[in-house]
Design a protein around this ligand. Sequence first.
Ligand code: KPL
Length: 306
Amino acid sequence: MTTHWILGPGAIGRLLAHSLYPIAATTLLGRRALPARQMLTTPEGEQRVLPLHSLTIAQLESNTPKPPAFVHITTKAMVAESALAGITDCISPATPLVLWQNGFLAQPLITQAWPGPVLCATTTEGAYLTGDDGVVHAGRGHTFVGDLHNQHGALAEELAHTLTQAGLAATKVGDIRQRLWQKLAVNAAINPLVALNGVRNGELRGEAYVGRVVAVVKEVAAIMLAEGIAPPNDGNGEDAWLALVWQVVENTANNKASMLQDVEAKRPTERGAILGPLIESAQRHGLACEVLQGLDNELAEVEASF
Ligand code: KPL
């Protein structure tokens, strides 16, 4: 059995641990101890309790578990680097990492700094936590796996195969950078607006928000062009990006976006990983980003009030 460590026992981390349990030796790593009995509710509503193995980072230092074949980092984007720093003394620098973060902040930084292979995963699996001992797999999705410099195709293939075997459909891709930026584009058009206004995704279709969505997408589409990110569905520039955003709004109309959940829980948002790379790119390419910068400033103010 291969050994997988999962650093960050949030919703995706615990979904991974439950899914991999029958076919791999998994250890969940976090700052706090978790109850040994963990429940998964499947998309079909079935409930399964598993004795997932978890360790705190402090326990890891005094234990010597079997070296992992993969370390999955499933923390929020802003803390991925510091979480990794907390376990580097316990793993070989050649250990393959798998980054599951939103946005495009942790991926280039860790790819550059880590001596071993770094894979990135982008997923549409839907999951949320119901407490310290429960995770709901709300909807099945698909996961794409690859590395930013296309140097680890065989490893990405192996991981995609393992995830698929575990029931999380996955495909190895050679264009993970494009896919991460495409997701970031959609997140930038939806997340800040819903988080700042306390509304569900579907409400963006209302008169009060349509113009603001269009204004964000206009800036995002120009940045994507400058970054060499192809518009979705073989479409054309701004229209194709807008069509994708409206499609995601439609499909997730009832969702409370992750950034809104963060604001409601008074947690730092992922603005630095979503708006940050867009604003940095706009500045580098001399493009307009007043709308994106305005959203980032407003979110910074909200965070400062926590
Ligand atoms: O990915 C999402 C998120 O909530 O972060 C979207 C696509 C906006 C769905 O809610």
